[in-house]
Design a protein around this ligand. Structure first.
Ligand code: CP
Length: 311
């Protein structure tokens, strides 16, 4: 009998055991240790991206193909969601035809929860307005590969408290001994509910998460410095003078001097000279492009997990 489909809409939908299994599986696939069978043989995976994507869409499309699925591209204006069809009706109809859908809506995750109100077609959030969970899974797989373990790492996140920062906070706060410090511009921090949820995870698992709105006195000797672009795909900032607030939050060689052994991470796309200097992004300690490459392996792990093949 067919197993009920699993959905990945938020990091908080995934148990601790499954989170670790997804991270480990992504890392193993990246190392070439785990030759995957073709668990999606004959299945159909829809890719619905309402906003641009280089990495996430390619990773899930190629990942689905490598796992044996056929891929159906559904463009930004292709569904009737824009003409008033409810999300529950959309999910119910698509579930009769697709085995899996990966969607970047850029809007509220509630829409995807409507699609996921059935257990035949898996729904994967490829970035909503509030969270980018599959990015965090690729990031943690990259950390696992670089450091051997995620537990105990000290990570400095610099920049906007956007969907990537939210997913990263919700994921890292579930690993013992992790110290995550976010430095976000005033007015551009993590959403209070995300900070509270991540703080709760951290308290229960022996991790620590802090957020400050200044670049004064950055921490020394962190393991990782992570940033993201200042203008997240599909978003705009109301304040025309927002760059004044973001200016001090650029990752520079001067910031690097506080943590000379740190690895640099960036979810990409990057804007050299804005959120990061070219010297840091293209320097020897940058693992941003390994991180991007790992999106494929992490996507494959997510697709396997959705169909019940890991954890
Ligand atoms: N990091 C990331 O999500 O990249 P894309 O927007 O290109 O998918």
């Amino acid at each position: 009998m067919r197993r009920p489909a699993r959905h990945l809409l938020s990091i908080d939908d995934v148990s601790d055991a499954d989170l670790r299994a997804l991270v480990d599986r992504g890392a193993a696939l990246s190392r070439g240790e785990a030759d995957p069978p073709r668990p999606l043989d004959g299945q159909v995976a829809g890719m619905h991206f309402r906003m641009t994507s280089t990495r996430t869409r390619a990773a899930f499309s190629v990942g689905a193909l490598r796992l044996g699925a056929h891929v159906l591209a559904l463009g930004p204006g292709d569904l009737q969601t824009g003409t008033g069809e409810t999300s529950a009706d959309t999910g119910r109809v698509l579930a009769g035809m697709l085995d899996l859908i990966v969607a970047r809506t850029g809007g509220a995750v509630a829409e995807l929860r409507g699609w996921a109100a059935q257990d035949r077609m898996s729904v994967v959030n490829a970035m909503s307005g509030t969270e980018h969970p599959t990015q965090a899974l690729a990031d943690l797989a990259t950390l696992r590969l670089r450091f051997g373990d995620v537990e105990g790492l000290r990570i400095l996140y610099v920049g906007e408290g956007n969907s990537t920062a939210a997913a990263l906070s919700l994921a890292l706060s579930r690993f013992r001994g992790v110290e995550l410090e976010l430095r976000t511009p005033p007015g551009y921090g993590l959403a209070p509910d995300v900070l509270a949820a991540a703080g709760g995870h951290a308290a229960r698992r022996g991790a620590r998460i802090t957020e400050l709105h200044t670049m004064h006195a950055p921490p020394d000797d962190v393991d990782v410095i992570y940033t993201t672009r200042w203008q997240t795909t599909g978003t705009t900032k109301k304040d025309p003078d927002w760059r004044t607030a973001f200016g001090p939050f650029q990752v520079t060689e001067k910031l690097w001097a506080h943590s000379p052994k740190a690895a640099f991470m960036h979810d990409l796309p990057a804007h050299r000279g804005e959120e990061v200097t070219p010297g840091v992004l293209d320097g020897p300690d940058s693992i941003a492009f390994e991180q991007a490459a790992n999106k494929l392996y992490s996507a494959m792990a997510v697709l396997e997990w959705c169909r019940g093949d890991i954890a």
